[in-house]
Design a protein around this ligand. Structure first.
Ligand SMILES: [Zn+2]
Length: 88
């Protein structure tokens, strides 16, 4: 683990949520965009946040099958609720 990375405190869920919703200041936004290049956790959270919003806002827009499955799998993995009707 690199020291400089630990000094810059990052909160993948919170930072990415604020980034996606445009709540970050211009300065924080630029730092975060740079940070994304090196941080897998934050990058994944941003992708999830963006796709989550897109799917929610454009539910009628067709989503590629593979992509939808990957996003759904990621959402399921991050959720503590068991999928309904999965047991059978
Ligand atoms: Zn990060």
């Amino acid at each position: 683990m690199k020291l400089w990375l630990r000094m810059r405190r990052h909160d993948p869920e919170r930072n990415s949520a604020e980034y996606v919703s445009g709540e970050l200041s211009a300065r924080a936004r630029r730092w975060f965009e740079h940070h994304l290049l090196d941080c897998e956790d934050c990058w994944r959270e941003v992708l999830l946040g963006r796709f989550g919003r897109r799917v929610a806002e454009d539910a009628h827009e067709p989503v590629p099958l593979g992509l939808r499955d990957r996003v759904r799998a990621a959402v399921l993995l991050s959720s503590t609720d068991p999928p309904s009707g999965a047991v059978g």
